[in-house]
Design a protein around this ligand. Structure first.
Ligand code: FDA
Length: 407
């Protein structure tokens, strides 16, 4: 990385050169502000590089408030409206990055997530942004001078700035640089926090359930999963520790998230194994079948799963021997398989962090802290968490853009 000669005073310093930080730095720099971006990592934007299986699901065609969890569900509306997926597509179009759409409106790079990193770096170069990387931040203090409202002591020396943008992301994947620095800065300046927890994360099953289902590790099928107010239809995947796949990652954000506005999560996940049809009617049509129920179910479900599901419930007789009441109960179990996970795989495997800096502390227009002029938070560090499908990057772009216009 090339380093520009560095004065010690900047208009704007951005901490964290990830998705939101680079977007913000580029915007502020292109407005003519002098900007320094610093990051403690050796490699630039590792999270973008590994995202979307290496192809970065950089946005979604259908982005709205309903795709985000926050204690303050309205907060994200303004920034998302001012920087839309269309704006990001226009940006990548200018950089000649080829992309394609996958199901559920998800947009991915054709070639590599590195294209997005290179584009953001080029945008920063356009804004004459200076870099300090790897750079360890030792302390932030508030100064009195309006042009030097913050003083930063770092491994590259002392810097001062009028606006400080915190873009340090969440806690997921600590081995590529996640840290709680942003939360500590928020607390230092008296800003409230919403307790962070892993989200978009595989769920683990209690030992008695795992004993039955771990044999199925690697098996996946289409299902609807619900938890609290979260309801999704995508693939469910069995793992050696429990359940994963997109549908489980989605509901994991609602699991035990009772205290989230608009997302009354719960302890239990309910899975509909017949997502596309009325299972009671389907059973009725086959009520006279002499096949074992497990064999009949293989019309819709993988054989080993159907067998394990029926064995667990003692449903080991030919279908025609079940009476109407029993078929009602079977239909109920198939359309509402109730699972009570006993945990998650934690930050090591989570795609994002739920919670963070309480958005009630921030302006939804500029991302600036109400009680600390000049202090901004962008991206995942704050309590705005997107569903799986490009929504988290869209929030990084939109919040980074909003602060970049104001800082
Ligand atoms: P981000 O994490 O990108 O950047 C934070 C930066 O701050 C990092 O560069 C870090 O090194 C730096 N930093 C942290 N602590 C610091 C400290 N103490 N000092 C200095 N610097 C510090 N989303 C999506 O929309 N589509 C997708 O395809 C995926 N895929 C995906 C895959 C995987 C495996 C993960 C883990 C996550 C995703 N995501 C995703 C989520 C997405 O990557 C995430 O929401 C954004 O990167 C958040 O952007 P931020 O800029 O807020 O944080």
């Amino acid at each position: 990385m090339t380093h520009l000669p560095r004065p010690s005073r900047y208009d704007v310093i951005v901490i964290g050169a990830g998705a939101a930080g680079m977007m913000c730095a580029a915007q502020a720099g292109q407005r003519g502000r002098s900007v320094l971006i610093l990051d403690h990592a050796d490699k630039l934007a590792e999270k973008i590089r590994i995202s979307g299986g290496g192809r970065c699901n950089f946005t979604n065609l259908d982005v709205g408030m309903g795709n985000y969890l926050s204690r303050n569900p309205q907060f994200c509306r303004s920034a998302l409206a001012r920087y839309t997926p269309g704006h990001f597509l226009e940006l990548i179009g200018r950089h000649g990055i080829a992309w394609h759409e996958r199901e559920h409106g998800q947009l991915f790079c054709d070639d590599s997530a590195q294209d997005i990193i290179d584009m953001l770096r080029a945008e920063c170069e356009d804004g004459r942004v200076a870099w300090a990387m790897p750079c360890a931040l030792q302390a932030v203090t508030a100064g009195d001078d309006p042009e030097a409202r913050f003083v930063l002591d770092t491994s590259h020396g002392r810097f001062e700035c009028a606006s400080l943008v915190v873009a340090t992301g969440g806690l997921s994947i600590p081995k590529i640089g996640a840290s709680p620095l942003g939360y500590k800065i928020a607390e230092q300046f008296g800003l409230a926090m919403v307790a962070p927890k892993p989200a978009l994360v595989p769920l683990t099953l209690p030992p008695e359930e795992l004993a039955i289902y771990k044999e199925l590790a690697g098996m996946a099928f289409d299902a609807v999963a619900e938890c609290g107010s979260g309801r999704f239809r995508e693939n469910l995947l069995f793992t050696h520790r429990g359940l994963s796949g997109p549908v489980i990652l989605q509901v994991s954000s609602y699991w035990q998230a009772r205290d989230y506005g608009g997302a009354d999560g719960g302890n239990q996940v309910t899975v509909n194994l017949f997502p596309a049809e009325d299972v009671r009617a389907w059973l009725e049509e086959r009520a006279r079948s002499k096949s074992l129920l497990a064999n009949l179910l293989t019309e819709r479900l993988p054989k080993r799963f159907a067998q394990a599901f029926c064995d667990q419930r003692g449903w080991n007789k030919p279908t025609h021997q079940f009476n109407g009441k029993e078929l009602d109960a079977i239909a109920e179990a198939l359309s509402g398989w109730a699972i009570t996970p006993n945990g998650t795989l934690g930050y090591a495997k989570a795609e994002v962090t739920l919670g963070g800096v309480d958005t009630r502390e921030l302006s939804s227009k500029t991302m600036e802290a109400r009680k600390q002029p000049g202090l901004f938070f962008v991206g995942e560090v704050m309590d705005v968490t997107g569903h799986l499908g490009g929504f988290n990057f869209q929030w990084a772009w939109a919040s980074g853009h909003a602060a970049g216009q104001a800082a």
